[in-house]
Design a protein around this ligand. Structure first.
Ligand code: PRP
Ligand code: URA
Length: 210
């Protein structure tokens, strides 16, 4: 795989993604697995965060402790389906601020349409984690990242549960500086730009709208 693209390779993740894929899995279990994988992606995607040393006294001895010392974090879910990952990422970074970008794919043109954006006032000073379970054509993620860069953000990571090679390619071309961490790389897209084998429409499966 390319530079700046990490793929989780773990038997438990493969097990859980198979449950997500299953057409018979209901919204309750689907939501809970999306949250759990989002938490693991958040750890994996932030291995490079800066640390500062300090002295800690344990009940046994003094030792060197570490605390995160870099920029504050901002989590930006792409609505709707990105909402399903927010709680998992917040488990890892409970003090992060949360911005929202609303985006849907026009069913005819398949192009992303932005309908909402509300970001923290100091968004440009933060390390930003964009979250969306599906990276299909990459159009939605690219547009959301364009929006963030236009606001001055220069440290952006993207976390997705399932990606198609086409989406990764598009993002790598448009935003080579953005680190991408995905739980699963699938085969490709079908004629409607759905990921194959994928898991269907992530928003509908999370929120029970189909
Ligand atoms: C889904 C998904 C991504 C987008 C991925 O959202 O959550 O945002 O499609 O496709 P792309 O990479 O080709 O842009 P959708 O448009 O279904 O909206 P929803 O989350 O509101 O259901
Ligand atoms: N959006 C989804 O929710 N699923 C796909 O497979 C592609 C885009």
């Amino acid at each position: 795989m390319q530079e700046h693209v990490k793929i989780l390779d773990h038997p438990v993740i493969k097990h859980k993604i198979s449950i997500l894929r299953d057409i018979n899995t209901g919204s309750n279990e689907f939501r809970s697995i999306i949250k759990e994988i989002a938490m693991i992606l958040a750890y994996e995607a932030t291995k490079d965060l800066e640390l500062e040393e300090y002295e800690v006294e344990t009940p046994i001895a003094k030792t060197t402790g570490y605390k995160l010392s870099g920029k504050k974090l901002g989590i930006v879910p792409i609505l709707r389906a990105g909402l399903g990952m927010v709680d998992g990422v917040l488990e890892v970074f409970p003090a992060a601020k949360i911005g929202h970008i609303g985006m849907y794919r026009d069913e005819e043109t398949l192009m992303p349409v932005e309908y909402y954006s509300k970001l923290p006032l100091d968004v440009e000073k933060r390390d930003i984690i964009v979250i969306d379970p599906m990276l299909a054509t990459g159009g939605s993620a690219c547009d959301a990242i364009d929006n963030l860069k236009a606001k001055g953000c220069n440290s952006i990571r993207l976390l997705s549960i399932i990606a198609a090679p086409e989406g990764i390619e598009k993002l790598r071309e448009a935003h080579p500086d953005v680190e991408i961490t995905v739980a699963q790389l699938d085969e490709g897209l079908n004629e409607n730009s759905y990921i194959v084998p994928g898991l269907g429409d992530a928003g509908d499966r999370l929120f029970g709208t189909k």
